[in-house]
Design a protein around this ligand. Sequence first.
Ligand SMILES: C[S@@+](CC[C@H](N)C(=O)[O-])C[C@H]1O[C@@H](n2cnc3c(N)ncnc32)[C@H](O)[C@@H]1O
Length: 374
Amino acid sequence: MVNPLAELAYQGWQQTKNALSLTHKSLAYQLSTLFIDREKTSTPTIDPQVLSIIQQRLEALLNVDWEEANLGVYPIELLFEEDWQDFLWTYPQIWLDLPLTWQRKSRKQSHVFSSEVDRSAYPKYYLQNFHYQTDGYLSDRSAELYDLQVDILFNGAADAMRRRILAPLKQAVSHGETPPKPAKILDVACGTGRTLKFIRQTCPQASLYGLDLSPYYLRKANRLLSKIPGELPQLLQANGETLPYVDNYFHGITSVFLFHELPYKARQRVINECFRVLKPGGTLIICDSIQKDDSPEITPVLNWFAQTFHEPYYQHYLSDDLGDRLQKAGFTEVKIKTHYLSKYWVARKPEPCQTEGERAGKFLFSPETVSRAS
Ligand SMILES: C[S@@+](CC[C@H](N)C(=O)[O-])C[C@H]1O[C@@H](n2cnc3c(N)ncnc32)[C@H](O)[C@@H]1O
């Protein structure tokens, strides 16, 4: 029996994070005008109706987050885990870093890296200060600030969006007559390891693997994941376009907030590689930003984001048909959902013997779950 006070505490905590994030962004905007011309910092005049749609989408997301914890998809405690020490150290650092970000933005500098970074080790498209963030993804400092920066950007709901991969993942890896034990699950572009942390708490028996191009983000992920009991995920520095794993190896693959930062050719290559390393019957789950057609009312906000933050591939991503890309790679049964500001593609690698008819008759989600798609 779930304590109703726990639900109130969860909703109250999320509303507080939402309010604090909005206040932070408003203050940061006011201060930024000391560094950048108002014209260059233009915030969109967002129609109150659009704001209300965004707020409703946030509330719907939080309801699903609570509901799935209640249903036992993942432990309720997971919704309350906050590292206060980390927050108290990181938050002032974010303020100290902001003037540098504004300066880069004002000068349109988006390729600024320390001379210690070995540029030959990374694809050209990656060597950028995404969001004008200091050092791009290539320093310990960037890794330290990243989680809180993203959470503020999404008004305190970044983890709730990440957790939406858990229900379909759990269902997928226990799919079939004999559940594979232990399931092997890979998180592509695992960053600082937050999604892997949630997967570890949802599928405690699974063998977990994480891959990212940034050694600094992996170092932070390693610290986070080492604190959780259970087998330590195997973390590897590599490019998602050339996955260093054998064919047909994983039961499930996830990828969160990666695709909007890839040029379109790289997007297709990552999907092709996921297809190759998944076992037949395995499932790929992608979570990324919502796109233009998902909620046309919000499109001006998405366009503003593409222009204001340095996100060189986001504009193309906004109308890229990832469902089509998944099918081109060989995936079937592609299911699509959106929650708040994120979008999810759940795709299955077919079994070799599956006929078209068999494929059409199989569902990864229960009909109840499918009908909840927004
Ligand atoms: C926006 S962050 C998302 C990180 C994490 N998944 C999360 O939920 O916060 C994008 C991540 O993708 C990684 N990345 C970008 N291009 C990559 C590539 N080609 N191969 C592997 N990782 C890549 C970056 O280093 C960064 O950690």
